[in-house]
Design a binder for this molecule. Structure first.
Ligand SMILES: [Zn+2]
Length: 471
């Protein structure tokens, strides 16, 4: 996407200054030069269903809110219809069961639509160049609509797998996978559930990326410490309210972009990591001399990259740790690695889902708290602060969460007869080891949950520290 023309005008809502009307760049032009992501096989599926290119546009606001809601409603309806048909083709429904089926399908419809609305609202702080919540939701709605466009296809494939399970196993899977023939089906089912999430990730990353991010105009000349209006105070004076040197508030050159954003081209992940750790550990110090009034698609994309990497690390840590536990406590067959790999994929998918939906939700909660405290910053500015705050804790969440998931079951296994024999443990020693492992698992779980609280607190503190920043 990076090599696309950079001359799309900024969103008229993005700055108070009057901007010339946006030059219309026709979509065929963009589609021809779009990212290699188009070549990926799932994209080919997506291509034929419900205007999928909405996902890849930098300025999603061209699709109206109405058409986004309509396409979500259609997608959910088709999905419910496919589920209904597949149930009817498998089972004979009689009498009162019809009411149950109708009620169940209505519930699925409502949940599907509510999910889309919640995702659109929760991802609002991730939208670039959106000053207000309403503008952000208008931008996120087409992305969510694009995400739901795979619901019908995914449901259809899922239903086909379930209905033809016996055939699939006999004809295709057993000859290749032998006794483990159910695992490819579990992986395929999991991949279908994961598909919309992955598209959401891709859609968020592409939204507004590469657009010019001009300095926002605050229109204020406030004391950065207390918010007092310094219009009539000289630059050499002090704030009449709190005594803070006026120069510190009015000197725009004092606030520079964080190091990764100053980097020519794309900053390496290590530079981002250093900035993210600093921003999460000491938000007030970090933001004391950093530019605040600007858009955050770079930080958001670095954070989303970290989300994918952290979730992958969670899967790998689980695979290695649990594999070691298995090797210590049981006779491990190479065939046992299949189920372990599937469970590790499941751990990866869970971590990815929790972070992909949880981080924006934490960001939104922090925005709400700081708005209630009187912070009048733009939504995209607050969103940027939030991305800096949630990025380091998500790594801790994944590492600690994966350790808890692997050590918890290990505590149960170590008390087994076989484990005692292999490790030469007496009954008392095994009981002691079990208690220690349970405590360790609980500790890791607490650290993982604590990391989520840490993200929220860091975001709220960053927003409080920058509430009156002029630049
Ligand atoms: Zn002051």
């Amino acid at each position: 996407m990076n090599d696309m023309p950079n001359d799309m005008a900024a969103d008229p809502e993005a700055s108070a200054a009057p901007t010339p009307p946006a030059p219309i760049i026709e979509m065929p032009e963009i589609r021809r030069t779009a990212s290699p992501a188009h070549l990926l096989p799932p994209m080919v599926w997506l291509w034929v269903v419900f205007r999928p290119w909405a996902l890849f546009r930098r300025q999603a606001r061209r699709q109206s809110l109405g058409s986004a809601i309509t396409s979500v409603a259609i997608n959910v309806t088709v999905m419910v219809a496919i589920i209904t048909v597949s149930i009817l083709s498998e089972e004979h429904i009689s009498g009162d069961e019809w009411y149950g089926l109708l009620f169940g399908m209505a519930a699925v419809w409502v949940v599907g639509l509510a999910f889309a609305v919640c995702v659109a609202c929760a991802t609002a702080p991730a939208m670039s160049c959106a000053a207000t919540f309403a503008a952000a939701v208008r931008r996120s709605a087409p992305i969510v609509a694009g995400m739901t466009s795979v619901f019908p296809v995914a449901t259809l494939l899922f239903a086909l797998i379930v209905i033809n399970e016996g055939n699939l196993r006999r004809e295709w899977l057993r000859p290749v996978f032998g006794d483990n023939s159910e695992f490819p089906m579990i992986v395929a089912g999991g991949a279908l559930c994961f598909w919309p999430l992955w598209l959401l990730w891709l859609g968020l990353r592409n939204e507004g990326y590469g657009l010019p991010t001009p300095m926002h105009d605050t229109g204020h000349c406030r004391c950065e410490r207390c918010g007092y209006d310094l219009t009539v105070t000289s630059d050499q004076g002090t704030c009449p309210e709190c005594g803070h040197a006026a120069e510190l508030s009015t000197d725009g050159a004092r606030r520079k972009p964080p190091r990764p954003e100053r980097h020519p081209g794309k900053a390496p992940l290590g530079v981002w990591l250093a900035a993210f750790w600093h921003a999460a550990l000491r938000p007030a110090t970090f933001w004391a001399d950093k530019r605040v009034r600007t858009d955050g698609s770079k930080a958001r994309n670095a954070s989303l990259t970290l989300t994918a990497l952290s979730a992958t690390a969670a899967g790998l840590i689980f695979f290695v740790l649990f594999g070691m536990v298995l090797a210590l406590t049981e006779n491990v067959d190479p065939d046992d690695l299949w189920p372990l790999a599937v469970v590790s994929l499941f751990v990866f998918a869970c971590a990815f889902m929790v972070l992909l939906l949880g981080n924006p939700a934490i960001a939104l909660a922090a925005v709400c708290v700081s708005r209630l405290r009187g912070n009048t910053s733009r939504l995209d500015e607050l969103g940027r602060l939030a991305w800096y705050s949630v990025s380091a804790p998500q790594i801790v969440f994944c590492v600690a969460g994966a350790m808890a998931a692997a050590i918890g079951p290990a505590a149960e296994m170590i008390s087994g007869y076989r484990a005692q024999e292999v490790l030469h443990l007496s009954h008392t020693e095994a009981a002691f080891a079990q208690t220690m492992l349970i405590l360790l698992a609980c500790g890791c779980g607490a650290i993982a949950l604590g990391a989520l609280v840490w993200s929220f607190v860091a975001a709220v503190r960053a927003m409080r520290a920058t509430a009156h920043a002029n630049f």
